[in-house]
Design a protein around this ligand. Structure first.
Ligand SMILES: NC(=O)c1ccc[n+]([C@@H]2O[C@H](COP(=O)([O-])OP(=O)(O)OC[C@H]3O[C@@H](n4cnc5c(N)ncnc54)[C@H](OP(=O)(O)O)[C@@H]3O)[C@@H](O)[C@H]2O)c1
Length: 314
């Protein structure tokens, strides 16, 4: 099968196509023929030696966690999926999944049936970003109706799902994004939008119950002052720095780190929301596998509206 590998850490130029044997599913695993694979910031970071490189170890390795495809074979013990099922998932994270390849094997419960109303390219855009938004809001901070939620980088992969899940939970949603993306963000559920390029968010918003910070560094520290005492700041990239911990303690705010994990059950709930028309998947661009380097370059720009996807099946 074709796959994208790398022999060293570095820029997109280290990525190269290789030909390797198709993997075999072990008991409790499924073999999935990958139709499309989503790309995320962690792919570009890990390629360069950051991200989860410390978990993957030295190259060679195959990046890619978001896959949508068709079950080809099931191992002994798999009861919930069968060959021919169309599935999507974020298998193995943060271990290697090898999503930028024609086939992957993984525990069956890392997958769910894909939403039926979108194609594989759009389904591949969902798992990592949507699970991040879902697990933050529902599992980490237990969002409830009427809460005020501020989402930084609301127009990105994670952000646009977080806006929609928070809205669906009955929250009042404020998002930060550049001005060109404001109309679209209002359409998908933001009650208020802040142009972070022209306005300091702390000058125009306050009293948030939850802040989902997808920027990191100083942005997370500044977010403490717009959070109510008793509220929570989720520091997604970079986690909780000593500076953030101190600022949070002084204001009586909780600052927490976050890491997404595989979750087939949540993906079933998310697929239902997509199929009911309650959640929209925004795909900015689909790249052929031969343009994987361009996909990494666009990902690294941190400017994408919604998600970027690589189409793998011929
Ligand atoms: N810990 C975890 O489990 C986990 C999981 C998922 C993601 N992450 C991390 O979370 C971050 C976001 O991921 P993502 O997939 O959503 O990234 P992304 O899709 O690449 O985000 C792109 C968006 O960021 C916006 N943006 C850039 N700088 C901004 C700023 N200063 N203020 C507001 N918006 C800004 C851009 O909007 P404009 O063009 O309008 O600026 C663009 O729409 C990344 O660092 C990623 O590694 C962590």
């Amino acid at each position: 099968m074709r796959a994208i590998s790398q022999d060293e850490f570095g820029g997109p130029e280290v990525l190269r196509e290789i030909d390797i044997p198709r993997p075999e599913p072990l008991p409790t695993e499924v073999l999935v023929r990958v139709v499309a694979a989503g790309i995320n910031p962690v792919d570009a970071k890990t390629r360069a030696g950051g991200g989860v490189a410390s978990i993957l170890g030295e190259p060679p390795f195959i990046l890619g966690w978001d896959v949508s495809g068709v079950v080809e074979e099931v191992g002994h013990g798999v009861h919930t999926l069968k060959p021919g099922d169309e599935v999507y998932g974020m298998p193995w994270f943060p271990r290697q999944a090898g999503g930028f390849a024609e086939y992957v094997t993984a525990p069956s419960r890392h997958f769910a049936l894909k939403p039926t109303t979108v194609d594989h390219d759009a389904a591949a855009a969902v798992p990592l970003a949507a699970l991040t938004a879902w697990q933050i809001l529902h599992d980490a901070v237990h969002i409830t109706a009427g809460q005020r939620v501020l989402i930084h980088a609301a127009a990105g992969g994670v952000g646009h799902f977080a806006v929609q899940f928070a809205k669906a939970a009955g929250a009042h949603v404020t998002g930060t994004a550049s001005a060109a993306k404001h109309d679209w963000l209002r359409k998908i559920g933001a009650d208020e939008v802040i142009d972070y390029r022209s306005t300091r968010f702390e000058d125009v918003t306050s009293d948030q119950d939850i802040v989902v910070d997808l920027i990191g560094g100083d942005n997370a520290v500044r977010s403490i002052q717009v959070t109510k005492p008793g509220g929570t700041v989720v520091a997604v990239p970079g986690g909780v720095s000593p500076e953030l911990a101190t600022a949070a303690e002084q204001r009586g705010v909780t600052a927490i780190p976050f890491l997404v994990e595989p979750d087939g059950r949540a993906l079933t709930e998310i697929a239902a929301l997509i199929d009911a028309g309650k959640v929209h998947v925004e795909v900015e661009q689909v790249f052929p596998l031969s343009e994987i380097k361009a996909a990494h370059e666009r990902q690294e720009s941190s400017r994408a509206q919604g998600k970027l996807v690589v189409h793998i099946a011929p």
